[in-house]
Design a binder for this molecule. Structure first.
Ligand code: G4P
Length: 540
């Protein structure tokens, strides 16, 4: 069977309505869109929502956010910069399925939030600008998806403009991401030459305005359509597709769901080309909620008891509701409003009386939710990122990481009297996941570590606004941070003693090593082969 036939013969729908009504979680598709800034994520989000009938017209998602007048200051900062500091959730129904789209900040100064959002999804759409190919942030986010084998559908966007050759883009994606690709929508020309696309799933030609054209059983059948093959743009599209087919693996649902193979759709978010097909692909191929890695054993979504985990905490989403919201991804069971859930970390029970569902910045009370759903739980600091919630069992969800900061700064307190408030502020905000806080082993300085510079701005603004403590940040000449551990306690002691001025502790008291640059970090690794230097750490 050819690659195309394989794509075309992928199962139409893997869930039947009756199955979904018995097991509602099976109708959930929880996903994120990953991309480099400007590739078209916002435009595509709007288009997906409008294709699903969730919004009336494209433009509403962006419009909605900017029309709001009730935001706290740091949300205003986000608006002024035209970036999204806070990830939000959008839930919409389409063809009997419920899609939960978790938004990720699109700025290149993105934070750990972005990474953690990816711990709560079962699939991702990777948007690539057809003129630019793989860009730095696409690569970073892709790597996080790979850590968890998240299946990815690739959408090569802006096909209405001149871009790079499809084969060239395929080569680059395969090379840079070491990922298998297979075409699902193939463009007929680009930019001014754009003549529509070949839909390899439905086996049909789609014209430039979206009108369905010739259909085929075998793609060779198209050669009989004289009006098509009279057009050199069409012939070129068929030829390049043929080349791609001969070199590429077949579509295989299992390979896709295991994260090894990505179906690729060319399209235009702006013009809506390929968007309905993308939604279809997501509904049909993206997996239903997957088992959640946990200790002592993974949690099956079939498990009748409710469990879930906090992947994000956000304060002051809306000045009208001065609150702190923990975003919980449900892993199993059927949650109902008013239920008591135990925070496994603290052992305390929490009556969840006002859980919420989201649509961007809007929210409504959540009466019921199942595995795959995202529920917001308002709280006053009892829930932290990484916490597991259960109906009482002592399960701990794993795989919610802290990432080694890429920027380290000393916190400068401008008013020494406020040292105590500063300690509280840093503790609260690090629990929330805004930044990581470290104490140096020599001296009492607080160091804060972040993945993106914007996180520092948010941290500074919030410490001042919410705790009334003005602070500044100073460089300490350190660039690389690694958690260190060893199976040999004596070796660890020797390392810490020798490197004391470069050592700090994180909020759990775990030791971290900080080096001036990558060269010194490497040198320490070479000098101490019995020490493990870790770039990620499981959150506790
Ligand atoms: P992002 O969220 O990934 O950062 O990207 P966003 O959707 O904001 O899109 C970035 C720019 O690319 C926008 O133009 C948008 O209109 C444009 N764009 C998105 N998809 C397509 C497409 O399929 N074709 C073409 N030709 N352009 C596309 P802008 O001028 O920066 O902003 P705007 O003034 O249009 O909003």
């Amino acid at each position: 069977m050819s690659a195309l036939e394989a794509v075309a013969s992928a199962p139409e729908s893997r869930i039947s309505q009756s199955l979904a009504s018995e097991n509602p979680y099976r109708s959930r598709r929880t996903f994120a869109i990953i991309s480099h800034p400007d590739a078209g994520k916002t435009t595509l989000t709007e288009r997906l929502l409008s294709a699903a009938g969730a919004i009336q017209k494209a433009g509403q998602v962006r419009g909605k956010a900017s029309a709001r007048s009730t935001r706290s200051d740091w949300m205003e900062m986000e608006q002024q910069r035209g970036i999204s500091v806070a990830s939000s959730v959008m839930t919409f129904d389409y063809q009997g399925l419920t899609f939960n789209l978790l938004d990720t900040p699109g700025h290149s100064d993105f934070s750990e939030d972005t990474y953690r959002v990816l711990t709560a999804v079962d699939a991702a759409i990777m948007v690539i600008d057809a003129a630019k190919g793989i860009e730095s942030q696409t690569l970073k986010l892709f790597e996080v998806c790979r850590l968890r084998d998240i299946p990815i559908i690739t959408f090569i966007n802006k096909i209405d403009r001149e871009g790079r050759e499809p084969l060239d883009l395929f080569d680059e994606i395969a090379d840079k991401l070491a990922l298998d690709l297979t075409p699902a929508l193939w463009p007929i020309g680009q930019g001014v030459d754009y003549k529509g696309y070949l839909d390899l799933v439905e086996k049909r030609v789609v014209g430039p305005t979206g009108a369905p054209g010739a259909e085929w059983d075998d793609i060779e059948d198209l050669l009989e359509h004289e009006e098509l093959i009279a057009d050199p743009v069409f012939v070129n599209a068929l030829d390049t597709l043929e080349l791609a087919r001969s070199a590429l693996p077949k579509f295989d649902l299992e390979d896709f769901q295991a994260g090894h193979l990505t179906p690729v759709l060319f399209g235009s978010a702006l013009k809506g080309f390929g968007v309905a097909e993308l939604l279809q692909a997501l509904g049909e191929w993206a997996p239903e909620p997957r088992p959640q890695p946990a200790e002592p054993a993974p949690i099956s979504p079939d498990e009748p008891k409710v469990s879930g985990f906090v992947f994000k905490v956000q304060a002051n989403m809306d000045a009208n509701h001065r609150d702190r919201i923990a975003f919980v991804r449900l892993s199993s069971g059927k949650f109902t409003r008013g239920m008591k859930l135990r925070n496994v970390r603290t052992g305390k029970d929490l009556a969840v009386t006002s859980p919420m569902f989201f649509f961007g910045h809007d929210r409504e009370l959540a009466e019921e939710a199942v595995a795959g759903d995202i529920v917001g739980i308002p709280n006053h600091g009892t829930l932290s990122v990484g916490d597991t919630l259960t109906e009482g069992s002592a399960i701990k969800v794993t795989g919610i990481p802290n990432f080694a900061p890429e920027i380290i700064r000393r916190v400068r307190l401008t008013d020494a009297i406020k040292a105590k408030q500063l300690a509280k502020a840093l503790n609260d905000l690090s629990e929330e996941g805004v930044a990581q806080v470290f104490r140096r082993m020599i001296g009492a300085d607080y160091l804060v570590g972040v993945v993106g510079a914007l996180q520092l701005d948010v941290l500074g603004a919030r410490v001042e606004k919410e705790y009334n403590v003005p602070i500044g940040f100073e460089s300490v000449g350190l660039e690389v941070v690694r958690w260190v551990e060893s199976d040999e306690p004596d070796e660890m002691k020797r390392f810490i003693a020798a490197q004391k001025s470069h050592m700090a502790e994180d909020r759990n008291g775990d030791p971290v090593f900080m080096a001036q640059n990558a060269w010194w970090a490497q040198r320490a690794q070479d000098d101490y082969p019995k020490i493990r230097f870790l770039a990620t750490k499981e959150r506790r």
